[in-house]
Write a protein that binds this ligand. Structure first.
Ligand SMILES: C[S@@+](CC[C@H](N)C(=O)[O-])C[C@H]1O[C@@H](n2cnc3c(N)ncnc32)[C@H](O)[C@@H]1O
Length: 252
């Protein structure tokens, strides 16, 4: 199966693409017995995929002593949400207040604007997922949580719909929300700006904002939104050595 409606620029060279194809085939042909596949998933990490896991590991350590929820804006298949959920299980399995909330249309981009430029070659609907995918992800995250303590208390939420509407609506319905970690990965201007504006009153000193596309020329809309809502000169934007694109700022 190949990703549908996703024409975004791929920066890999042809030889990298060929190797990635061979890697996928080797993964699919893995002669491991069923009861050993999950325990051996690390075999199929590459330096690139492992780097993101390491980033979230380092990031999670920074929030353990802060209070509040984790929000991800742009979930797609849910890998980051699942990683964060596993990290919560490791570092603070009894912290029922550390809810992890993911926002996505689960139907791809919505609200492409002039601020997003033309380089990404995306349209509304790019980066869509399979039909009813959120139901699969809900089941997966539920099973993952069931392997941790106090699993009878649900600690994650998937919010489906246009982030321009769902983020303000969620926060209106949950005025108690304090945000420890907010991860911006909508990629595009309009929902990023709407989410930033909505979460601003729920941030505190020490909240961490993560940006997947800051300073990215293929998806300029995220930077424009951050500049307009927060002002870049109000943020100390840092990065970690293992990842190139992803950056973060601790509010002070
Ligand atoms: C790059 S993907 C997110 C990847 C994910 N964070 C991860 O780590 O795997 C961008 C996501 O933003 C979502 N998105 C874009 N515009 C949106 C909007 N207006 N409202 C909600 N979700 C939106 C898309 O559906 C897509 O799943």
């Amino acid at each position: 199966m190949k990703t549908q409606k996703h024409d975004a620029i791929v920066l890999s060279s042809q030889s990298e693409k060929d190797t990635q194809k061979a890697f996928l085939e080797t993964f699919r042909e893995a002669p491991l017995p069923d009861d050993e596949i999950i325990a051996n998933l690390g075999m199929f990490l590459t330096s690139k995929t492992l780097s993101r896991v390491l980033f979230f590991y380092e990031l999670y350590k920074k929030i353990v002593n802060t209070h509040g929820v984790v929000m991800e804006f742009g979930v797609r298949w849910g890998q980051s949400l699942a990683l964060l959920s596993a990290l919560r299980g490791i570092f603070e399995p009894f912290n029922r207040h550390r809810k992890i909330i993911g926002f996505d249309t689960f139907e791809g981009f919505k609200g492409m604007a002039d601020e997003d430029g033309a380089r990404c070659k995306c349209v509304d609907g790019s980066f869509s997922v399979s039909e009813d995918y959120e139901q699969y992800l809900e089941r997966l995250l539920g099973l993952q949580d069931a392997l941790n303590p106090i699993s009878h208390l649900k600690k994650f939420e998937l919010v489906k719909g246009d982030g321009c509407e769902t983020v303000p609506a969620y926060l209106k319905a949950h005025p108690e929300t304090v945000i420890s970690l907010a991860i911006f990965d909508f990629d595009i201007y309009k929902p990023t700006k709407a989410a930033l504006e909505a979460i601003k009153p729920h941030l505190m000193k020490g909240s961490i904002l993560v940006f997947d596309e800051l300073c990215d020329d293929i998806f300029p809309g995220e930077t424009v939104a951050v500049r307009e809502v927060l002002g870049l000169n109000n943020l100390r934007v840092e990065r970690m050595p293992m990842t190139a694109r992803i950056s973060y700022a601790v509010l002070d």
